[in-house]
Design a protein around this ligand. Sequence first.
Ligand code: TXA
Ligand code: MG
Length: 358
Amino acid sequence: MHTGMLNAMSSDSSSGSSSSERAAHALMRGELVAFPTETVYGLGADAANSVAVARIYAAKGRPSNHPVIVHVAKPEDITSWCTDIPDQAWRLAEALWPGPLTLILKRHPDVDTAVSGGQSTIGVRCPAHPVARELLTMFAELKQKTNEVRAGVAAPSANRFGRVSPTRAQHVRSEFVDLVARGMPVLEGGDSEVGIESTIIDLSSVSSGGAPALLRPGAISAEQVQAVLGQSVIGHQASSPRVSGSLKAHYAPSTPLALCESGERHEKVSAWLAAHVGEGRLALLTRDPDRVAPSTRVVVIGMPGDALAYAQVLYATLRELDEMGVATAMVENVPNEPAWAGVRDRLARAAAAFEGDR
Ligand code: TXA
Ligand code: MG
C-alpha cells in the first residue's frame, strides 16, 4: 500500500468526501485532474469531452495531433471506445490488465477524434494503481448516473511537452504551479512503482492480417506480450501510428546529458573534465559506483543493477540532477538486453535532446 495514499485519504476523512470523489466531480465538470498511476502520474480529463481534452493539450504545450491514452476502470469498458476489437486484445487484457500496458485499437466511430489526435485508432489502458482505479471507478459511476455510455479519462503523463514524466505528486505540482494555484486537484499516490511509461502495443491492424507491433517499450516486455499471444511482436515500423514518445528528443532534464558505454566511462569523464576546467562538476550515473576514481569534480550517483528498480528511480534522479547544480551529466548505458529495453529507450531519448549541443 502506498503511504502517500493513506495520508491523502486520512486527511480527507473529516470532510466526508474523499479526494478521489472530489476529483471525479471535477472531471465531470470538464476540469483537469492529476492522478497517480503505477507507471507515471497522469494529467486527466473526461475523454468524451473535447473541450476538456483540449485543456490537456494547452496545459502541456503539446501539439494537438498527438493522441492521448484513454484510461478505463474495467477492461470491458474499452468496448465503448474501440471497435473491431481482436481476440489478441482480450487475451492481453486478461493476462496483463490492470497494469502498465497500453493497447492501440481501432477507434469507435462515435468517439470524438480530439482524444486520438485525429487518427482512426485509439490508445486504451486499464491502470493498476489503487488511487487511479478508485478515481476511474467513481468517475464511471457518475457517468452512469447521467446515462452517458462512455466513461474514460484521457491522460498523458503530467509533464510539459518533451520533459521528464512525473513519478511523484510533488513533481506534478512543480510542473504545473499555475494550474495547482488555480485549484487543480493533484491526487497523492506515493512514488510510482514502475517509474517509466506503459508499454504500447499496436493491435489496430491485426484483424486485417497485420502483426502486433511494439510502439514503446516499458516494464512489460515484448517477450511477455509474445508469450501471451503465442505470436511474434514486431518492432517499431515506419508506418506505425504517431507516438510522441517516439520523437527522438524527449523525456529530457534541463541538465545536459550524454550517454557513454561502460568501457569508455573513464575516458569520457576525463575528457570532459579536461575540456571544461573551471566549469563546474559532472554527475556520473553508474550501476557500478564503487569503481569510479574519486574526484572533487565528479558527483557519483549509484543506480540500481536491476532493470525494474532502475526504471523506478530514473525520472526522479533526472529531476534531481536539475537541482544539484552540476554542469553536465554522463550516464553509463545499460545492457542491450530485453529486460532493459524500456530504460535504454528513455536514456537514449533524454540524451538525444542534447546531441549537437556541446
Ligand atoms: O504509462 C503511461 O502510458 C502514462 C500514464 C499516465 O498512463 N501515460 C502516458 O501518456 O505516457 P503520454 O501521452 O505521455 O504518452 C502516450 C503515448 C504517446 O506517445 C502517444 O502518441 C501514444 O501513447 N498514443 C496514444 N494514442 C495513440 C494512438 N491512437 N496511436 C499511436 N500512439 C498513440
Ligand atoms: Mg509523456
